[in-house]
Design a protein around this ligand. Structure first.
Ligand code: SF4
Ligand code: SF4
Ligand code: SF4
Length: 312
């Protein structure tokens, strides 16, 4: 019997769905083992019935449900609850679903300020006021999926990696459990560390010193070179088969897209400690809360900045 699969997307960019396509050839082995019963990106399955005959949103029963995107409005919330009711195993796919992701940077503003900005104050907006019909009301903030319903498997990353997606799905198909690494990106980084910065913090756009093709294990730690790298406060797992973190492989600092080391970790505290330990001053970084929580602003990690107040 094929595994019945349902998928939904909430507050997202769609990049996590592209990750499913990026699986490439292994997808051909997996697809015959799946029966896709609901997936808005692929099929026109109506939530209120094919002729609009239902009064409540419904999805079919499934063995596995995958949600990409965080919860930004009441419709997302209702559908997350419906997915939980109808799916035996629920996967949060991508950092938006696991931690709020980039859309959760909106948690730095109140809902009223967001409405004002989008519908009244934006220079590109012809103001017709704030719509109040046919649009699901926003929730008071962006929520990670597990803040609203229990989640069985988390696949972080912005986007998550095709390897992790296949690994998790294969484990479910074979009845095995799937667990993420408890390590940090630094733990899997091959760059040379001497526990001392050789420069003060630089602007992010200044070029990193490396020779193209230079073996990674001869390059100095990017943060010790003075570039902000969130590797110390970010969960490992983006490296795929060779295990080398994917930005580091491209001689780029980690931006933290795999999210915090654990649900209860505080990336801002972890990064302040990591910077101080090699002699860098975190106070040089404007807007630290947003910088260190760029992908993880749900779970109350980001709160509205008071009017006229400065970002932390
Ligand atoms: S995690 Fe990143 S790629 Fe995935 S939906 Fe969110 S913003 Fe897009
Ligand atoms: S701070 Fe960045 S560059 Fe340095 S070891 Fe950690 S992940 Fe690698
Ligand atoms: S190195 Fe960091 S930002 Fe880059 S993919 Fe990995 S976790 Fe994401």
């Amino acid at each position: 019997m094929p595994l019945r699969l349902a998928q939904e997307w909430f507050a997202i960019c769609g990049g996590c769905e592209v990750t499913i396509l990026d699986v490439g050839e292994p997808l051909l082995d997996i697809l015959p083992k799946l029966e896709i019963v609901h997936m808005p990106v692929l099929m026109d399955h109506k939530l209120f019935g094919q002729t609009g005959e239902k009064t409540e949103m419904e999805i079919p029963e499934a063995d596995v449900g995958i949600i990409a995107g965080g919860i930004r409005n009441e419709e997302n919330k209702h559908l997350a609850q419906e997915m939980r009711r109808k799916c035996k195993t629920l996967i949060a796919m991508g950092s938006c679903a696991c931690y709020g992701g980039v859309p959760a940077l909106a948690n730095l503003s109140t809902v009223q300020d967001l409405y004002e900005k989008v519908y009244r104050d934006s220079v590109s907006t012809e103001s017709n006021g704030i719509p109040n019909e046919q649009i699901p009301p926003l929730t008071d903030r962006v929520y990670a999926i597990h803040e609203v319903v229990p989640v069985d498997v988390k696949l972080p990353g912005c986007p998550t990696t095709p390897e992790l997606f296949v690994e998790a799905l294969t484990a479910l198909l074979e009845g095995r459990t799937f667990a993420l690494s408890g390590k940090s990106v630094c733990d899997e980084c091959p760059l040379i560390r001497e526990k001392k910065a050789v420069s003060a913090l630089k602007r992010p756009l200044e070029p990193i010193e490396f020779t193209p093709g230079e073996p990674l294990n001869t390059v100095r730690c990017i943060m010790e070179q003075g570039y902000l790298c969130l590797g110390p406060a970010t969960k490992a797992g983006c490296g795929g088969h060779d295990g080398v973190p994917r930005c580091i492989r491209a001689y780029m600092p980690c931006r933290g897209c795999f999210g915090p080391l654990s649900d209860t970790a505080n990336p801002m505290v972890d990064m302040m400690g990591a910077l101080a330990s090699i002699g860098l001053d975190a106070k040089q970084i404007p807007d630290r809360a947003a910088t260190f929580n760029r992908y993880a602003g749900a779970q109350g990690r980001l709160r509205p900045v008071p009017k006229g107040g400065k970002p932390s």
